[in-house]
Design a protein around this ligand. Structure first.
Ligand SMILES: [Zn+2]
Length: 170
């Protein structure tokens, strides 16, 4: 009988589902990129876990534009339970309704372990690098909320009205 060494011990898996609206244009492109990039970043930042990022395309997004973030959170939470995922991010290029300010980019619910994110403002940025950096920062910010992090000024948890890809981005 041998005692398993640390090296052989399995890393605990963490699964994140990226839920997208199948009818939107161009989702395949950025969803694929986001999945790969998120897998890479999470693997680098938290190497003790094995990261399983999946893309789920749905035809049955709830509601009318602007989308109600609360409906999106409930929708995402149902999918999280259905697929047995640890966390879910519902992503859309359509604008979300905001109760408090003009535009909202992302709404986390750490109780539901689900976040709703819109790319509608980010897609207005003028080049692809900026759009990608902005999207990645916003996604990391929302995941940070799901994991119970508070806002601060020197990390991606810095609160921002506009996500432009400016640092701090990690
Ligand atoms: Zn925040």
């Amino acid at each position: 009988m041998s005692i398993p060494s640390d090296r052989n011990r399995q890393r605990p898996a963490v699964s994140i589902g990226l839920v997208l609206y199948a009818k939107e244009q161009d989702t395949d492109n950025w969803a694929r990129w986001l999945k790969d990039e998120l897998e890479r970043c999470m693997g680098e930042d938290f190497p003790d876990f094995s990261w399983e990022i999946s893309v789920l395309k749905r035809h049955d997004f709830p509601g009318q534009v602007p989308l109600d973030p609360l409906s999106l959170l409930e929708f995402g939470s149902d999918i999280k339970i259905e697929y047995g995922l640890d966390y879910v991010l519902v992503l859309t290029t359509m604008p979300m309704k905001s109760r408090f300010s003009q535009g909202v980019n992302g709404v986390p619910s750490n109780m539901l372990e689900t976040g709703a994110i819109t790319l509608s403002r980010i897609l207005e940025l003028d080049d692809q690098d900026k759009r990608r950096r902005a999207l990645m920062s916003l996604v990391r910010h929302i995941l940070g909320h799901l994991w119970g992090l508070d806002h601060n000024d020197d990390s991606v948890m810095q609160p921002r009205k506009f996500w432009t890809g400016h640092p701090p981005t990690d």
